[in-house]
Design a protein around this ligand. Structure first.
Ligand SMILES: Cc1cc2nc3c(=O)[nH]c(=O)nc-3n(C[C@H](O)[C@H](O)[C@H](O)COP(=O)(O)OP(=O)(O)OC[C@H]3O[C@@H](n4cnc5c(N)ncnc54)[C@H](O)[C@@H]3O)c2cc1C
Length: 367
């Protein structure tokens, strides 16, 4: 049996914790907040899992194994916090994200359906789409009920004997030597150290990651007009509407309808800029790009903003940095939730010496 210290109790830290615990190791997770921490990127009502990845076919291919890993988690939790609604990327012009996804699906032989004309209007009656628009529909895909997942995963870890230390900020780490220091100066030594600190990484390891590009993103929960409430609930989530103009998650299991607009994000750090928001201005800014495509766009009623931070590198590939006894996970982008349990299992294999760091790093980078 070996010991592992994990800095960060989000989906990455908790998934590695579970995989290590299942292998019989001693697990100690620390988080600066409660576990789960509502400020972490992993806590929201829902996150999307879908195979649509534009040209990034490596990530599209990772989605089937990711589902198998989710199934193993559902077995442990005794409940499946996912609904298979399918997901649709909508193409508005040649060469956009949905169009490139279609080419990638065809080249890789991944299952999908192209929906156009009257069929697309039936699938998405709440949208007003230009002539020539088509949808790339794929399943399994849909909402993962993120807040339930991380809460139940944390409880499962506690019951199974992991040590979850809450409200304890780690001030310094030396991953290569497996060492971490709490803010009060006390040292924690272990055989392995995982740093899964999300967008707080630049503050935790300023020498190595001080320039890591952290972004703030805000998502908008809203009430649709009554005439389209059932259509939104029944329809698959939108992966992208045109070239990254927007995406949606449906109101399933009481989660609420949520939309996001990728270009709304901006460079910012959670430990510097914090969690304040201008509700009225940000709601308008998120909703405006959807207006040309929503029927009765003026009748949508903003309810609440959900803020989150992630590190997003220009190459948009997850980054694992292994050194000595430690591993740092970063560049999780707005994409890692769906791969959390699968990544956890691979990292546990790496710590066990069953896999080599170069292979796992390359796999995580989507090659
Ligand atoms: C708005 C938004 C929408 C997204 N949409 C999707 C989606 O639809 N599908 C998808 O797959 N992914 C999505 N993602 C991405 C996904 O949610 C993240 O990539 C994933 O949750 C990152 O998990 P994590 O464990 O690395 O980080 P986090 O969940 O942020 O966890 C990091 C934890 O580390 C703790 N911590 C940090 N520093 C310290 C320290 N010094 N000491 C102690 N504790 C510390 C923090 O408190 C935090 O709890 C989205 C992300 C955001 C923000």
């Amino acid at each position: 049996m070996s010991r592992i210290t994990i800095v960060g109790g989000g989906i990455v830290g908790l998934s590695v914790a579970r995989a290590m615990l299942k292998r019989g190791h001693e697990v100690h997770v620390l988080d600066q907040g409660p576990i789960p921490n509502p400020r972490g990127a992993s806590v929201d009502r829902h996150r999307m899992i879908r195979p649509h990845y534009g040209d990034a076919t490596g990530y599209a291919r990772m989605v089937a194994p990711a589902f198998a890993a989710w199934d193993r988690l559902w077995d442990d939790l005794g409940a499946a916090h996912f609904e298979n609604t399918g997901a649709v990327a909508i193409s508005l012009e040649p060469g956009d994200y949905a169009d490139r996804t279609l080419a990638s699906f065809r080249a890789a032989g991944l299952p999908h359906e192209v929906v156009e004309g009257a069929a697309l209007a039936r699938l998405m009656p709440h949208l007003d789409l230009p002539d020539g628009a088509f949808g790339v529909l794929a399943e399994p895909a849909g909402p993962l009920f993120a807040d339930r997942i991380v809460a139940e995963l944390a409880d499962w870890l506690r019951v199974k004997g992991a040590r979850l230390e809450e409200n304890c900020r780690v001030a310094r780490v030396d991953p290569a030597r497996g060492l971490a220091w709490r803010a009060d100066g006390s040292e924690i030594a272990a055989d392995h150290l995982l740093v899964a600190a999300g967008a707080w990484l630049p503050g935790l390891m300023p020498e190595a990651y001080g320039e890591a590009p952290a972004y703030r993103q805000a998502l908008l929960y809203l009430d649709p007009p009554a005439a389209y409430a059932e259509a939104w609930r029944a329809a698959p989530p939108i992966v992208t509407l045109g070239d990254h103009t927007g995406y949606s998650l449906p109101d399933r299991r009481g989660a609420g309808l949520k939309i996001g607009y990728s270009a709304h994000r901006r460079r910012a750090r959670p430990d510097v800029e914090g969690f304040e928001a201008d509700f009225a201005a940000e709601s308008r800014a998120i909703l405006a790009p959807f207006a040309p495509y929503f029927r009765q766009a003026e009748a949508y009623r903003p309810l609440r903003l959900q803020l989150g931070y992630y590190v997003l590198a220009p190459e948009r590939r997850f980054r694992l940095e292994a050194a000595g006894q430690g591993l740092v996970v970063t560049d999780c982008d707005g994409q890692m939730f769906k791969f959390g349990p699968l990544l956890g299992e691979r990292i546990a294999g790496l710590f066990a010496g069953e896999e080599n760091a170069a292979d796992v790093t390359r796999w995580a980078a989507g090659y």
